[in-house]
Structures are given as structure tokens and as C-alpha cells.
Write a protein that binds this ligand. Sequence first.
Ligand code: PDD
Length: 278
Amino acid sequence: MENKVYLNGEYLPLSEAKISVLDRGFLFGDGVYEVIPSYAGQLFKLQEHLQRLEASLGVIKLDFSYSLSQWLEILTPLLNAEKDQYIYLQITRGVSAKRDHAFPLDVTPTVFAMCSDIKLTTGVEKGIKALTMEDSRWELCHVKATTLLANVLLRQEAIEQGCGEAILHRQGYVTEGAASNLFAVINGVLMTPKKTAEILPGITRQVILELAKNNDIPHQEDIISLAALQSASEIWVTSSTREIIPVVELDAVKVGEGVPGPVWKRMSQLFQEYKRAI
Ligand code: PDD
């Protein structure tokens, strides 16, 4: 049976959900989104995802707000309690009367949500190859905006070169992946770039930092130079849909022993236990 999706107050089969060509999401990428995992029908870190959504809406000056209970009411019918899934949720500025860069007056935002199964096969156990690339994105990377052309081009370049992710850098220091945050074990310390407008404040990143703190794993949020990354004994990329993926080869050079490392094994286990516990 075809999956139901949510669009502007209605539940429809995916193939029947339609939006106008004048929707500003379509014309300008004028919208924000969230990707929220759901384990056995329970949305993981929903409040944190909704707080980030609210922050993204604030930066793009989109006046829209639903309460936690309103979101739960909307999203719960999309979930299947027997599966691990993720909700894709998007809000755009809505449908304008004509194409004009300036915000239209009196428009209703478009709200869309759909649910897909999480398939964690790619790379989790064996690790992936990654390629470093100049971060060609804009200056508001802390906003989870649907305007993802730079991310798409960077990820595609990595894929065409046989890699699973692009690791981005600006002026000699690393920021994050094309669709993930970055961790590296450098001189025995688990490092991740600090939260700035140059990275998305990932929810998975936050969980990992909490787990590191609660389990006495030495960790630090700091600037990571490209040279330091190249000397790392472990590198991971993290996201809601791919969880924690070890990078075993960076720019065709082995990371550590060229296999997922001991800190990754420990964190991966802690993460799975944490997920199942809540
Ligand atoms: N992306 N950085 C970027 C640029 C991302 O696109 C993502 C996730 C992350 C990780 O954030 P989180 O842990 O909250 O998922 C970091 C989602 C999964 C996507 O665009 O599909």
C-alpha cells in the first residue's frame, strides 16, 4: 500500500499530494525542514528537532508555529510502530500570486510531512570513504534550509569519486559533511567543530556529546584544522538518518588502521543502548 503523507491539513497517498508551481519552496527554495528519526513508533528527540525548526523559521522570518502536541497529532498517524523510520517535515513560505523575491503578504505557509524507512546498511559496519572539499555553501549553515543545491553538488562529487560523503573545509579548517556533522579522534580526544553559523547544530551530534560526557570519553568542541583531520586516528560522520558512520579512508589515504576504530565501536554501542532506552 502506498504511504500516506501530510499536506496542509490533509492525509493523502504520496502520489496525490500536489503543490502549486507558485509555491516559494519550488521557486526559491524558500523554506526550512527537519528530519526526525522514529524508533518503533517513538519520535527520537522530537523536542530538540522542533526547537531547531523554530530557530530556522526565526532566521528566515517565517512566522509559523505549532505546539509540541499539535506536531504529535500531525506526525503520529504517519508512523509505523513496527519499523525504524524518519519523518521528513518541510515548511515553505507558501504560494504567492506571482514570482517576486520579496516576501508576499497574507500567504499561508505550506506544511508537508512524509515518513520513510531507515535503512542503515550503507557503510555502518565497514565504514565509508570520504573526500575533503572546499565548503562552497552560504553563511547561514545553521539554518536547516531546503535551499540545498551546494550540498547536493558536493555530495554528488563525492559519490562520483566512489566516496560516501564530502567533508567540507573553509580557510584550512573543517566544518561538517555535505549532509552530516563531523567527529574525529585526534591525540586520543574526540573532537567536533564548535557550534557556529558554519555548521548545522546536529541533534545526533548533541546526543554523541552527551554520551561522551556521561561515559568519561575525553571530548572537545573546537576548531579542527584540515591538517589535524588528516592526522586523526578515527573520523566519523553523523546524522539522523545514518547515525554514526566511520570514515575509513580520507582522500584515498587510510584513516588509522583503515577500519572502524575502538572509540567508534564504543560510541556506536552507547548510541544504540541510548536509542532503545528512550
Ligand atoms: N541532514 N549537517 C548537515 C548539513 C545536515 O544536512 C545534517 C542532516 C546534519 C546532521 O544533523 P542531524 O544529526 O540533526 O540529522 C548536519 C539530514 C539528515 C538531511 O538533510 O537529510
